[in-house]
Write a protein that binds this ligand. Structure first.
Ligand SMILES: NC(=O)c1ccc[n+]([C@@H]2O[C@H](COP(=O)([O-])OP(=O)(O)OC[C@H]3O[C@@H](n4cnc5c(N)ncnc54)[C@H](O)[C@@H]3O)[C@@H](O)[C@H]2O)c1
Length: 453
């Protein structure tokens, strides 16, 4: 890494102060990694950085100060780093940082349009921190939240200019570096995934690329512009959504011709260039949200997308389709849904993670409620049921396999490792003689005749 002459008056790469705003699934690991790495991975030069973690949620900050990460994504090693990070909750604090990184939520509203309220609010906070700074170098503002192309420069930069009176690309600089972490997945974490970077001019882009390159083992990809980096992020997730929609459609076709979808996929996967995807529910706050950011920017610029929303709609309808399949089977087996004992295993939006935001397993339960059934639910990752609102359920604190109660219908909605380890004899212990198992994740042995997508 060659450190070039610094025309933009950017801060010192090796001894800067970094403030991460929004300490959730994305922001906290980032703050931890900046704190943990003590030598630049590219130059081996000593890093003497100060890390500040800011979050508006007082409880979150108090917990982090006392060493608790409620997302349970931090291991013991990472938690040791908490002591080296200055956690702040006060929006009037003097945050004398060089780099401000925003990692706040970017959800959609009830009409599936981007909800940038958290991002705008966080940008206003950054502007106010910048005004109070006591530094001679220019501040750098980086967004990590997922946004549609154009957001950083069209929405956030004007907010900073208006509040601070500073000029973009003269007095302050900015960048976009999307996060690609996969919570619950210990193999793909912040530092093992190539990080896309970008900056508001070539010097800033190189600075930001070196900045992330100093901590990311897998390396970085310097994108040609902020807009390209923004578009790449939403497109990655849109591509995944569409591919899953395609196999979900295949699953529906397979049902009509009475063949097993996974058998078809296994056969097709023998071709060298076949892409492997599995059918299933697509929830969470990335894959099921980001395509709307892409269609929003397309529409804003006069283009109506052809396939993005088709895939989205198909994936969104999978929970109702699954319940319809169960109802058909229940009629065949003379099981009355309203009277039956139903167990839903796994409620989080993905395996081995405690995040329930936009979980489609919850949609299954809501639909069962409409069929006058209150199912039992068990998820080893959920300890606190306070966030489970607007639907009826009976929550099991311990594995149903320990209770040995029998159920008429068992739905495997999320493939937590705990469920994958269960063998077929044990599954039989919790099934009534006349039963239905709907296995959304393909983990139940075929000898139990599970229904599958
Ligand atoms: N979670 C993932 O797997 C993942 C992966 C890639 C990208 N992303 C994207 O990263 C962004 C953050 O996602 P997340 O999952 O970390 O969200 P999160 O909800 O886990 O965390 C966001 C944090 O920001 C805080 N916050 C909200 N508004 C704030 C403000 N104005 N100032 C300071 N703090 C504020 C919240 O209190 C919360 O602690 C989103 O755009 C998301 O789409 C998430």
């Amino acid at each position: 890494m060659v450190i070039k002459k610094n025309k933009c008056n950017l801060p010192d790469l090796f001894s800067c102060t970094i403030c991460v705003i929004g300490l959730g699934y994305v922001g906290l690991p980032l703050a931890i990694e900046f704190s943990r790495v003590k030598k630049c991975l590219k130059t081996s030069k000593k890093l003497n950085r100060k890390i500040i973690g800011f979050d508006l949620n007082k409880k979150r900050v108090e917990e982090l100060i006392s060493g608790i990460d409620s997302t349970e994504e931090s291991d013991e090693e990472s938690k040791k780093e908490f002591k080296s990070i200055t956690f702040i909750n006060d929006k009037n604090a003097d945050i004398n940082a060089d780099i401000f990184i925003i990692s706040v939520p970017t959800p959609i509203d009830h009409e599936n349009n981007p909800d940038l309220s958290f991002l705008k609010n966080a940008t206003e906070l950054v502007a106010n921190f910048i005004i109070k700074r006591d530094k001679i170098t220019s501040p750098i503002f980086i967004i990590e939240s997922t946004v549609y192309p154009g957001t950083t420069e069209e929405i956030c930069v004007p907010i900073i200019e208006n509040i601070t009176g500073l000029k973009y690309n003269k007095d302050f600089f900015c960048g976009y570096s999307p996060e690609r972490i996969n919570p619950g997945d210990k193999n793909h974490n912040l530092t093992s995934i190539v990080k896309v970077t970008s900056g508001s001019n070539s010097e800033t882009a190189s600075w930001i690329n070196d900045f992330y390159g100093s901590i990311i083992k897998a390396g970085t990809f310097k994108s040609k512009s902020i807009r390209i980096a923004e578009a790449a992020k939403v497109f990655e997730n849109t591509q995944r959504d569409i591919n899953i929609a395609l196999v979900n459609e295949l699953a529906k076709i397979c049902k009509t011709i009475n063949i097993d979808t996974l058998d078809v996929l296994n056969a097709a996967e023998s071709k060298w260039n076949f892409l492997s995807f599995r059918p299933g529910l697509v929830g969470g706050h990335c894959i099921s949200v980001d395509p709307y950011y892409l269609t929003y920017v397309a529409k804003k610029n006069g283009y109506t997308t052809d396939i993005v929303l088709a895939g989205r709609n198909l994936n969104d309808g999978m929970s109702s389709w699954v319940i319809k399949e169960i109802l058909k089977e229940a009629t065949k087996k003379k099981i009355k849904i309203s009277n039956s004992k139903i167990l839903v295993l796994g409620l989080t939006f993905k395996e081995n993670c405690k995040d329930i935001r936009n979980s489609k397993a919850i949609d299954l339960i809501k639909i069962l409620n409409k069929e006058n059934n209150i199912p039992y639910i068990y998820d080893p990752f959920i300890k606190d049921t306070n966030k489970l609102k607007n639907f009826d359920f009976k929550f099991l604190n311990r594995s149903p396999l320990l209770h040995k109660d029998k159920y008429d219908i068992v739905i495997i909605a999320t493939a937590h490792d705990e469920f994958k380890k269960i063998n077929s004899n044990i599954w039989s212990d919790i099934l009534n003689e006349n039963y239905i198992i709907y296995d959304l994740k393909g983990i139940i042995p075929r000898c139990l005749n599970p229904l599958r997508i």
